[in-house]
Design a protein. Sequence first.
Length: 283
Amino acid sequence: MLIDIFNRLFRSNKVLLPESVPVAAAAPDVSNPESFNPYTVHGKSMQASGWFNHETGELFRGFPVSEADVILDVGCGGGGNANFCASRGAHIVFADIDSKMVAETERILKNSAARKIEAIVTDANPLPLPDGMFTRIVSTEVIEHVDDPSSFLKELARVGKSGALYLLAVPDPAAEEIYKQVAHPSYFEHPNHIRVIEHTEFERLVADAGLEVIARDSYGIYFTIWWALYWADWQDGPTPRHPALDAWATTWDALLKCKDGLRITSALDKALPKSQLLIARKP
């Protein structure tokens, strides 16, 4: 999922990630340096952080998805969230301002188990959707991009049914503070991150939209470090296969395989997360 986000965040000519980055993959073959790809650890890290639990049917812990749900994914990126929801047999409407991302998500979901899929290209201002349509609404790593977060969240609230659950995530200020010092300036320029959202501000924005926050979480220290290393050898552009990225992915993969790996990664996630997350309910 975050890989979809990263590709969407950096779609300017200055900063682009490889188009072939997988949403999730098996563990890397570290015994063969030629075949090793650091991106293959990303999916495992996301699952360790609480995402994509097929056993419980939760997109993220505390956010169950079922066949009965009608789901809206705003800022769908390359389809990571929507693909999981499709595997649960839900009716899914996915939207993004980038028509290429919408087309990619549609391609991925075309032969999925979703009972219905609908694609929309929109800036969500407003959403071309009726009031009270959805039981689940997902929007991850989007609010930091929009000109008016308050109006955006009120639109999300408008289209949810009474009792609908919302899964909302934005970058954590701790990680953003690091990137202020190490990232290329375009990271904090339109259309990328035009604001850093503090924890209390995030909760206030959600509450002001008429939603009740029922859970708070964080995740993604693997990505916090990965991005800091990504910028380490910037010259006229990124170095996609810098040895530091390979080394970090190998280290993290080894940690996940340890007996206490999940306990340790969970503690680290809380200390320096890449993202903050809220689960909310519409009264």
